[in-house]
Design a protein around this ligand. Structure first.
Ligand SMILES: [Zn+2]
Length: 132
């Protein structure tokens, strides 16, 4: 993996690193850890199987769509979910199946619904009962 240290990328300091076509750009003050390398390597695997460009297109579309949903849009992108979930599993890439990120498009079944959401659903049901 090629690592380039530059203060210009990523453009936002909210992010520690950016992976562009398998080249890994990191701010000079960011510590490069095994976990960070693993996270970015998972993205590289995702990019490769999508032949690079479609990765960025899907990434952008997913982010835009998820802006309208509950939770943090960035952390809910399927590519990020896969990378964050497995970044501490250093053998992950050796046994990973192609297109594994698709499994992360939807939250796992049985994932707990938040109390706020449950309350909202109850209110909504009540409303429809009363108003047809
Ligand atoms: Zn990431």
């Amino acid at each position: 993996m090629i690592i380039v240290r530059t203060k210009y990328l990523p453009p936002s300091r909210n992010f520690t690193a950016i992976n562009l076509f398998g080249v890994f750009f990191v701010h000079p003050d960011v510590k490069i850890t095994k976990r960070l390398i693993n996270h970015e390597s998972i993205h590289t695997a995702q990019m490769r199987e999508l032949l690079y460009l479609p990765f960025y297109i899907i990434y952008l579309i997913e982010w835009l769509v998820r802006l309208f949903f509950r939770g943090n849009a960035y952390f809910n992108i399927s590519f990020e979910r896969e990378a964050y979930k497995n970044e501490y599993d250093y053998d992950y890439l050796e046994q990973r199946k192609h297109f594994s990120w698709i499994k992360y498009m939807r939250k796992k079944k049985g994932a707990k619904k938040s109390k706020k959401r449950k309350k909202f659903r109850r209110k909504l049901n009540k409303y429809y009962k009363h108003n047809g």
